[in-house]
Design a protein around this ligand. Sequence first.
Ligand code: SF4
Ligand code: SF4
Ligand code: FES
Length: 432
Amino acid sequence: MPAPAEAPAPVAAPPPVDLVNVQIDGVWHKFPKGTRMIEACKQAKKEVPHYCYHPKLSSPGNCRMCLVEMGMPPRPAPGTEPEKDEHGMPKIGWMPRPVIACANTVAEGMGIRTESVLTQECRKGVMEFLLINHPLDCPICDQAGECRLQEFSVEHGKGESRFREDKVKKPKNVDIGPRVRLDDERCIMCSRCIRFTAEIADEPVLGFTERGSFTTLAVHPGKRLEHNYSLNTVDICPVGALTSNDFRFQQRVWFLNETNSICTGCGRGCNMEISARGDTIYRQTPRDNNDVNSTWMCDSGRLDFHFVNSEFRLTDPMIKSGGKHQIATWKTALSNIATALAGKKGEEIAIIASARMTNEELFFVKHLAAQLGTTNVDVIPRTGGADNYLRADDLNPNTNGAKLILGIEPGAKLAEINELMSRGRLRVVLAL
Ligand code: SF4
Ligand code: SF4
Ligand code: FES
């Protein structure tokens, strides 16, 4: 009889959360103390437009797009009670100037207005400044369809330009790394890419040069944006300044269909979205999962899909005869395999499966091995991928599945199978 399972260790109760009352556009809500104003607004379904803010990066507060009106209850005169509103909450004294919602946190009794006239005028003003030197080349820009500058100019812009002078010219089509291209005229200086390389990828190769309207994003002299996480900068760039060499000009994004999936490039299993049109995959991008990959994925995993539509991919069974591979039908191929297996004893057969197989495929391998009566079953371990960030040392995505379903320790039987083969004891090897 199996020993009873040990009771799981009791989980410590989370510390109590200190909640504060915050009024957003006239409605009172409760948020944990320390919540950023922009996140509180988001939870209250009041999206505040923003460029430089990214929840996984530090908040420099440099784009000013997230300006909102803010107020606090005025301190009552000595000996008097604070004035109350119709909800019995302290009345808010509104500040005459706006504040940024990305770098400030909520406090007890705070009021936020995301739709007031002042807020809307601020957004209009910021958009006008951002568009002054922008080349407005949306028709030929690869970001069109998923560009925050385009979206916010429609939602919050003036709809026309008062700028009659010459726009500042900056470098275009700059090769800053093997996988990423930069168009400096489109850059709105949000600095997200700079912070990503410094704070997440731990390889700070990007920075700003020059000043004022001439500020230009560049790679540091002698450096390149070439680490294995470089394409995340393309995802977080809110405009078309950073584009992917692999994806640019391949498809307009509105033609793509997105499907949630998991990367099989290594044991990490980064959550991702596959964008395809018809039967062709055009790109893979990370999908948020704080327990697995946060908001990121590595370049090698993300670009590991071209084999799917490769003209060199085997799509038909082939039989080798006369030293050459010939295309055959599945019926012929399967019947050839059945003939090769017929009359063989279990110990004369070995199966090399793969820890890249799905659980369902491994389940069939297990049944096939039982049917053939062989215990010569293993998978090839592939290790050495760890990079101290996302990439796991184990480059097989389903080692656990292979262990649990086939009941093997990956690689443990390979030497024995090799030995049987070299002694001529094996008559059939099924490599899957
Ligand atoms: S390239 Fe994009 S992400 Fe980088 S600073 Fe410019 S706008 Fe921001
Ligand atoms: S870390 Fe692994 S699972 Fe994540 S994207 Fe890279 S190869 Fe894929
Ligand atoms: S998002 Fe707040 S200043 Fe940029």
